[in-house]
Design a protein around this ligand. Structure first.
Ligand SMILES: CC(=O)[C@@H](O)[C@H](O)COP(=O)(O)O
Length: 255
């Protein structure tokens, strides 16, 4: 059975998106991307070296993946728009993950500025994926602004805390008619599976893979977990109940 996720006209058969920060080096990053089988990779524009003869992160990103530059470093909508336009001008395509953050302790996104940037860039033809704090009204505004997918955080970036925003993310999955990509804070393969079992369309993982003892094997573990979670969701999870229900008949043994 084919299970395709379509975003911005691209058909994706793998639902694990990968971030490129925190790896020991670019070679290790490239190998982890390969072993994750990811088809979408996000890269901060400020990490792309535009000077010749210097190490270029793009050289180690496999050519078949879709690049999703992100606006990491932007504190306002205007800054995010400027970074997105620069990324496009550098030949990085028209996908953009909007990240607008002015809180330096928790790195929580500014939903209002993110929506503004989404509207401007969607009108310019970008495929816009806003990173956001999971909130139904904000997600509806991002939908109206032209977002191609919504990327709610599971927990603060780099925290590896798991799906702390579970209830709020579930509301987005149930109510927003766009792909939901759970982004940030996923610390273990089982948490990626959890997001997929909830009905998320994809997950984005960086820190948990890049900071593992063996990032290449961990990338593979995340790929398997995302596939398992998705298969569980598509199979229809059984009901949860407070009381026990015997799995085998409890009667009929004794006369
Ligand atoms: C690379 C990137 O975009 C991160 O900002 C993203 O949000 C992933 O978060 P984790 O590093 O917590 O997986």
């Amino acid at each position: 059975m084919s299970d395709v996720l379509t975003i911005g006209g691209k058909e994706l058969t793998n639902r694990l998106f990968i971030g490129t920060g925190k790896f020991a080096d670019h070679k290790q990053m490239g190998k982890a991307i390969e072993s994750s089988k990811s088809q979408v990779v996000t890269v901060a524009l400020r990490r792309v070296n535009m000077e010749a003869n210097e190490e270029d992160i793009l050289a180690d990103i496999p050519g078949h993946v879709t690049l999703m530059p992100n606006t990491s470093g932007a504190r306002t909508a205007d800054e995010a728009v400027r970074i997105a336009r620069l990324a496009k001008a550098c030949g990085m395509g028209n996908w953009i993950k909007i990240e607008v953050i002015s809180d330096h302790k928790y790195l929580l996104p500014d939903n209002e500025e993110t929506t503004k940037a989404t509207e401007i860039l969607a009108k310019e033809g970008f495929v816009v994926l806003p990173y956001m704090s999971p909130d139904l009204m904000a997600a509806k505004r991002m939908y109206d602004a032209g977002a191609a997918a919504i990327m709610p955080l599971g927990a603060p970036i780099g925290s590896n805390k798991g799906i702390r925003m579970r209830e709020m993310i579930q509301i987005l999955i149930d109510e927003i008619d766009l792909p939901i990509v759970v982004d940030a804070g996923i610390g273990k393969p089982s948490e990626a599976a959890e997001a997929m079992e909830m009905g998320a369309d994809a997950v984005l993982v960086n820190t948990a893979i890049a900071t593992a003892s063996d990032p290449v094997e961990m990338a593979k573990a995340f790929d398997l977990a995302v596939k398992a979670g998705r298969a569980g969701y598509l199979s229809g999870l059984g009901p949860v109940s407070a009381a026990a229900h015997a799995s085998s008949p409890l009667t009929g043994f004794l006369g």
